[in-house]
Design a protein around this ligand. Sequence first.
Ligand code: ASP
Ligand code: MG
Length: 413
Amino acid sequence: MALIVQKYGGTSVGSVERIKNVARRVMRARERGDQVVVVVSAMSGETDKLVRMASEIAGRPDERELDMLLSSGERVTIALLAMALIEEGCPAESLTGRQVGIVTDSAHTKARIERIEADRVRQALAEGKVPIVAGFQGIDEKSDVTTLGRGGSDTTAVALAAALGADLCDIYTDVDGVYTTDPNVAPNARRLARISYDEMLEMASLGAKVLQTRSVEFAKKYDVPVRVLSSFDEGEGGGTLVTREDEAMERVVVSGVTYNKSEAKITIVGVPDRPGVAARIFGPIAGASINVDMIIQNIGSHGLTDLSFTIPRADLARTLEIARGIIADIGAKDLNVQESIAKVSIVGVGMRSHSGVAAKMFETLAREGINIIMISTSEIKVSCVIDLKYAELAVRVLHDAFNLGAEPAAAEA
Ligand code: ASP
Ligand code: MG
């Protein structure tokens, strides 16, 4: 008998009909002899709707109140799913973040889980009930309601799986797994049967929106196998298993191509080349909770250098405001902005043991006449910033260059 945490995303519980389907899927797992704990999101579109209503009342809604509001979406789905199960004769019990004892810090709207008590979950299981847990929410030490950031139900599910020592965490979503790239961009994209935690972390943070990044960090830290599946597939055994790295994974040089079209680039021109300047620039930006992604500093000449960096386009106005103040302070000359950029990346643990991967990426882009604006690398990733209008083309040619398409290697483990 295995203990499985099943998480259902907003689309999977998007209507009463779909909630009834989820109930049947939960019951099938029970009939196979497994113990099931369920985590659900709000119905699709509900959280967005609540955010919209709040923004009609206040430009910057009070974050404590926003969390109180947003957490209500998941209350609806836990109760409806519990009712659907009970109606089918399957004992079930809905539980809020508070009832489960999901304790977080007090960073409203982006809280981090500190511990999970889960006594009520264990108790429900012992009584033969299916615990249905509200995703995305917790409470802080003052017992104020907190939320874990958009997409946070994934993290609830994986963290709960870790706390319970579950055998597997199944994440049901509207795609049937993790693909070599976005199938809307490259129709020959292939579903990966397996992917390592590190690759998934890169893919998640680089813009493949399948799992919340925090959930993958949890999975890696506590070694929880996570399977991404579609709740619309009737068969079993599909999906993508996110798991510990092994030798077979290393033989594949590139596992996926990702892209991100939501960043902008700022260049500060004529920055005095002396110690402490970078800290003066990036300190206040970080202080405003703006996530700087790539940073490139040129070789200085005549005591001056240029410094370019990328940030989420949504934070551009705020960043410019901060940066303008700083350049006056440090005596830099000028500042320019490039808004229409895209970042394309290749990811694969095999890069650790293969050479020439970056060169092949650059050649492939050059052959299409695509100019590279910035480059950054990690052990298992190479990213290039290019002109936004070439994003899709770049993804397609890279996907083909690294043989990720379906034709030759449709082989499935
Ligand atoms: N309902 C929340 C959101 O839409 C959390 C989640 O779905 O994971 O972001
Ligand atoms: Mg999601």
